[in-house]
Unconditional design. Structure first.
Length: 441
């Protein structure tokens, strides 16, 4: 029995001594794989931003890593070519913890020197788990920046980032107390919550929520205050249908200025049944051209003032690809939707819901007859809208209350008590507005 106990003790001792070595080796593998995966994603999108390990010193109980983020053309625009990170890690039994510093960056050292008592307001800590998850915590203490004759106060913030070892699944959670520039802007109570899963370099499935408790803008004469700002963005990927659905929801508890007050504003936007391949094709064109613009600006070959002309040239240069990508989007079920629109104004309440969807797969050429004969669109699209606006907002506007097309029997809106009401829908190849069929020649 004593021999068995002694053997177990020896095994545990060896495991305890060897664990830091093993965990250090595993961390190095996880880190290098993560770098390869991140660079692969950046390369796939045509970005010239790259992450590299300049030096990796692994010891028995600790490791020191020097990272470099090459910003490419973006760095040339802002005058910072690289960001150097020094990470010092301690090897544990089941995980590794580290602290990261920006000490080797001259621009950051200069920033620290200008802070009271030369204090570094940024703390970066990372935990590498044996199972492969990487969890980073960034904490920013408050500091001030001199702007002209005044100061801009940046308040404390915290950001948590979690990634799997393949850099395909991310979680972001953050909060920021805000910032103040007396007499100009005040921002308070900012929160971030996001989950993103990689489907492809251009398609990330998940949800991102951003909110701000208070925003005020003013120049001494005009002032605007916004409370309860919320923004939710979702992307859902259907593998079976190879389609994407995008959803956006925006809300504001109140907007107040010298002239107006808007309360409980909200709207939900949706684009559904998007062909995933068409979406990727458009994203590739956008990414390629954006990177091209960045490189030209960085090389002083192009000014931001040249953008309108460049966009025109870009549209012509990529016309065949853009048409092909857009045609992939024109599939049966493709839908654009505005839902749950509402807002309370001094004159009354606004409400609205609008949806437009395709009844069949289409090509660009098939839209030509629609331009010649608008009634043909009733076979191609399904449309539905319900809108209510306060009469006090528009008055007896004849453009709203009188027919605007010879085949209409009513105006776009009907007056009902203190509101203007609108309802329209397509049915059996016909269009009905406020319950009355619109007659086409």
């Amino acid at each position: 029995m004593k021999k068995i106990l002694l053997t177990l003790v020896l095994i545990l001792m060896i495991a305890g001594i060897g664990s830091p070595i093993i965990s250090g080796m595993m961390m190095e593998r996880v880190v290098k794989n993560a770098v390869d995966n991140i660079n692969s994603t950046q390369g796939d999108t045509g970005s010239d931003i790259a992450l590299s390990i300049v030096q990796y010193d692994r010891n028995f109980l600790s490791s020191k890593i020097e990272w470099k983020i090459s910003l490419g053309s973006l760095g040339k625009i802002y005058g910072i070519d690289n960001i150097v990170l020094i990470e010092r890690a301690k090897h544990g039994i089941l995980e590794i913890t580290s602290k990261t510093s920006l000490e080797k960056n001259r621009w950051f050292s200069t920033f620290i020197e200008n802070q009271p008592e030369g204090k570094n307001p940024l703390d970066i800590q990372t935990r590498y788990e044996i199972l492969g998850n990487i969890k980073s915590s960034l904490t920013l203490e408050g500091f001030s920046i001199k702007k002209g004759t005044g100061l801009v106060d940046i308040l404390p913030a915290h950001l948590f980032i979690q990634s799997d070892k393949k850099a395909k699944n991310f979680i972001f959670k953050g909060n920021w107390e805000g910032m103040t520039a007396p007499g100009k802007i005040k921002l308070a109570g900012v929160f971030l919550d996001s989950t993103q899963d990689k489907i492809s370099p251009y398609i990330w499935q998940g949800k991102t929520s951003i909110s701000a408790e208070h925003i005020s803008l003013g120049d001494g004469q005009k002032h605007m205050a916004i409370k309860g700002l919320t923004s939710d963005t979702t992307m859902a990927y259907d593998k079976k249908e190879n389609s994407i659905s995008l959803g956006m929801a925006y809300g504001i508890a109140s907007i107040k200025s010298q002239e107006d007050t808007i309360l409980d504003a909200f709207v939900r936007l949706g684009i559904n049944e998007i062909d995933a391949q068409g979406y990727e094709d458009l994203a590739k064109i956008y990414s390629r051209e954006t990177n091209h613009i960045m490189k030209n600006i960085a090389g002083s070959q192009q000014s931001p003032d040249d953008m309108p002309g460049y966009i025109k040239d870009m549209m012509g240069r990529n016309a065949p690809q853009l048409i092909a990508a857009c045609e992939k989007l024109l599939r049966k079920g493709f839908e654009i939707k505005i839902a749950d629109l509402k807002a309370r104004l001094p004159q009354g309440e606004i409400k609205g819901d609008i949806s437009l969807s395709l009844n069949q797969d289409m090509t660009m050429v098939q839209f030509i007859p629609v331009a010649m004969q608008p009634a043909a669109a009733l076979e191609l699209f399904s449309f539905k809208s319900d809108i209510c606006i306060p009469h006090g907002l528009t008055g007896d506007n004849p453009n709203l209350l009188s027919p605007v097309y010879p085949g209409m029997k009513t105006g776009l809106f009907l007056k009902k008590e203190d509101n203007l009401i609108h309802s329209a829908k397509t049915r059996d190849g016909k269009l009905f507005v406020n319950g009355q069929e619109v007659l086409f020649n």
